[in-house]
Design a protein around this ligand. Structure first.
Ligand code: GLN
Length: 194
């Protein structure tokens, strides 16, 4: 259906689940682990996982600098959970390595430990549509928006949980763990329109 080439950063985390969500949108995604693969994609998803591990692996695989360059050059990117943390310019109380392109501040594990993972119904865009199942797993909280260009697309418990800044999209929850591909479809459209 689409010749779009959308990658999922495949160093650690829930890569297969994002590939499955892309295929629900009619897009054959690919795993990205090398700079050569990154150069081929039109857009990239940064999955959930452990942000400090993914950050360290980005450095080790020589992907950090080219990835930052591509994001700054306008390649659409969608970060979920750990992916959001890696995209944020500010990680409260942490100096961990990051991509640091999106003007938001986040607090890691802000909603509690693993056992405190929770679900919340999320309204996405069209009020007439049924809410999405928002799955939060050791989720970061978006504590501050650091630029007026950051738009809030979804909220839960009064916090932004899906935000967009130009070609960057990031959320603290995991739509890839459900069969609801609305956020992925929204991202695919961002990639399609460059
Ligand atoms: N708590 C993780 C971190 O700080 C993120 C969890 C997730 O991606 N589900 O990196």
């Amino acid at each position: 259906m689409s010749q779009l080439n959308i990658g999922v950063l495949g160093l650690q985390g829930d890569v297969a689940e994002h590939l499955a969500s892309l295929s629900r949108c009619g897009v054959a995604g690919c795993r990205v682990r090398r700079a050569g693969e990154l150069a081929e994609v039109d857009g990239l998803i940064i999955p959930g996982g452990e942000s400090s591990t993914i950050g360290m692996l980005l450095d080790r695989f020589g992907l950090m600098v080219p990835l930052r360059k591509r994001i700054r050059g306008g390649m659409p990117v969608y970060g979920t959970c750990a992916g959001l943390i890696l995209l944020a310019t500010e990680i409260e109380g942490s100096r961990q390595t990051r991509i640091g392109c999106m003007d938001v501040a986040v607090l890691r594990n802000a909603y509690g430990r693993q056992v405190d993972s929770f679900e919340a119904p999320l309204q996405f865009r069209d009020e007439d549509q049924p809410p999405m199942r928002g799955i939060f797993i050791r989720a970061p909280r978006i504590t501050r928006l650091l630029d007026p260009k950051v738009q809030v697309l979804m909220e839960a418990h009064g916090d932004p949980v899906l935000v967009r800044q130009g070609t960057m999209l990031a959320g603290s929850f995991h739509p890839e763990l459900t069969d609801d591909a609305r956020v992925h479809r929204y991202f695919v459209e961002m990639v399609r329109h460059g």
